[in-house]
Design a protein around this ligand. Structure first.
Ligand code: S3P
Length: 173
C-alpha cells in the first residue's frame, strides 16, 4: 500500500475537513499544504498573494510540496492549484495514493462564498461564473493525476465520504 493519502480538488471541495477526519480515523498524520506554507513563511496565503504575487506563491508552493512529499504515513490535503503542476504531483504520487474530491459546482459555490480568504475568487461579483471558469481550466489536471475520484454534493455527509475513501485506500495496491 502506498503510504500517504493525497486529497486534490477545487477550493471548497472539503479537502481539509475530509483530510482531518481521515487522519483521525486511520491514525495517520495530517498536513494541509496551505497551512504548511503559512507556517514556514509566517504569512497568510491571502497576504502572500497580495504582497509577493501569484508567481512567487506558486514557487513556494512547489518548494514545500517537495518537502511534504518526503513525509510518510500522512494524509496530505493540497491547495486547489497544486495539481496544476506535474512536478508537484509526480513528487506526491511517488509515495501516495491520490483521491480527487469531485464536488458539484453548486456545492463549491455555496462553500467558497462563506469566506473571503481565497485570492483567486476575491473581487468577482459572479462567483458561480468564476468557479466554472477556473474549474474548467483545472478539471483536466485533477482527472489526470487522480488514482480515484469521490463525488460530493450538498447532500453527501462527511462520515460517508471518509468511510468510502478509507475503503478505497485500504484496497489500493
Ligand atoms: C488556490 C487554492 C487555495 C490556496 C490558494 C490558491 C488555488 O487552497 O492554495 O488560495 O489555486 O486553487 P484551497 O483549495 O485549500 O482553498
Amino acid at each position: 500500500m502506498k503510504q500517504n493519502l493525497i486529497l486534490i480538488g477545487f477550493m471548497g471541495s472539503g479537502k481539509s475537513t475530509v483530510g482531518r477526519e481521515l487522519a483521525r480515523s486511520l491514525h495517520m498524520n495530517f498536513v494541509d499544504t496551505d497551512h504548511y506554507i503559512e507556517n514556514k513563511e509566517n504569512m497568510k496565503i491571502k497576504d502572500l498573494f497580495t504582497r509577493r504575487g501569484e508567481e512567487k506563491f506558486r514557487k513556494l508552493e512547489s518548494k514545500y510540496v517537495q518537502e511534504i512529499s518526503q513525509m510518510t504515513h500522512t494524509i496530505i490535503s493540497t491547495g486547489g492549484g497544486v495539481a496544476n503542476s506535474d512536478a508537484n504531483m509526480n513528487a506526491l504520487k511517488k509515495n501516495g495514493f491520490v483521491v480527487y474530491l469531485d464536488c458539484a459546482i453548486d456545492c463549491l459555490v455555496e462553500r467558497v462564498s462563506r469566506r473571503n480568504t481565497r485570492p483567486l475568487l476575491n473581487g468577482f461579483i459572479d462567483q458561480h461564473a468564476r468557479v466554472v471558469e477556473l474549474l474548467n481550466s483545472r478539471v483536466g489536471n485533477y482527472r489526470k493525476h487522480k488514482n480515484t475520484s469521490v463525488f460530493i454534493n450538498s447532500k453527501t455527509n462527511l462520515e460517508d465520504t471518509v468511510a468510502l475513501i478509507k475503503k478505497l485506500y485500504i484496497n489500493f495496491d
